[in-house]
Design a protein around this ligand. Structure first.
Ligand code: PLP
Length: 261
């Protein structure tokens, strides 16, 4: 049996035919940071950069089999989770994570595409917060996702953002990185929130324009740094830096930039 001793990140998520988001983005990001990947596909989506045309969910048993095979074949040092599609797929991922509690898992709670198409069924939010989030060392919601996960309306100020975050910590999440990219203002601030610790703010100048798949990139870059045995705080800091440089590069090269995840 060919076992690879190099650290890998196991990427769990949906494919996006446009390459703008999903596992293609994840693999690209993690590879560019010098870490190998293995994959477990949850859904196949047909997308352009403007629209999600079709989504096809894979059977939960097939997803669990992919995860177990990837974990058996490789030294998986971190896990990155993206699009989960259904409640049954969430339950399958949670079951395999419970068998592998020592591997740090980063969850990007993908709810919808930026074009507005749901990528997780509405009835699955409770299963996500109750059964999966407590098994992940970090969850990376944007402000819209944070409000949905916390069962609230979108926060109107910083205090409300922290209250919503606290609700998810109280429900068992070990840490949240709340992404402020969709908020107004000249700077983009993300908040790392952990139980009984002061929030840590990661601040960067807001860049004009937007780019697809930045949510995938950030969670993937953090997972890659965790696989390199960086601390959570250091991995978040390096992950933010990675996405900032990518956005700045896209701006400088004047490529067409299409929006965030
Ligand atoms: N498609 C897949 C498979 C994804 O995983 C994601 C986000 O993680 C998206 C689409 C949404 O990306 P965007 O917001 O850039 O459209």
């Amino acid at each position: 049996m060919a076992l690879s001793g190099e650290p890998h990140v196991l990427v769990i998520g949906g494919s996006d035919s446009s390459g703008g988001a999903g596992i293609a983005r994840d693999i690209e990001t993690i590879s560019s940071l010098g870490v190998r990947t293995c994959i477990a596909v949850t859904a196949v989506t047909v997308q352009t950069h403007e629209a999600v045309l079709e989504t096809h969910h894979l059977p939960p048993g097939l997803l669990a089999d992919q995860m177990r095979a990837a974990l058996q074949a490789n030294k998986v040092a971190a896990i990155k989770i993206g699009m989960l599609a259904t409640e049954q797929i969430i339950a399958a991922v949670a079951a395999v994570l419970r068998e592998n509690r020592v591997i740090p898992a980063v969850l990007d709670p993908v709810l919808a595409s930026s074009s507005g198409r749901p990528l997780l069924e509405a009835g699955a939010i409770g299963t996500l917060t109750r059964d999966l989030m407590p098994l992940c060392c970090l969850v990376t919601p944007n402000l819209v996702e944070l409000a949905v996960l916390a069962g609230s309306r979108p926060a109107v100020d910083d205090e409300e953002v922290l209250q919503q975050g606290q609700r998810l910590l109280d429900a068992g999440s070990p840490a949240l990185l709340i992404k402020g990219g969709h908020a107004a203002g000249l700077r983009s601030t993300d908040i790392l929130l952990r139980p009984r610790q002061q929030p840590i703010r990661f601040d960067a100048p807001r860049l004009v324009g937007s780019m697809r798949g930045t949510g995938c990139m950030l969670a993937s870059a953090i997972a890659a740094h965790l696989a390199k045995t960086r601390s959570l705080e250091e991995a978040v800091c390096q992950g933010k830096q990675f996405v900032f440089m990518k956005l700045r590069g896209a701006q400088t090269s004047r490529r067409r930039i299409v929006l965030f995840a």
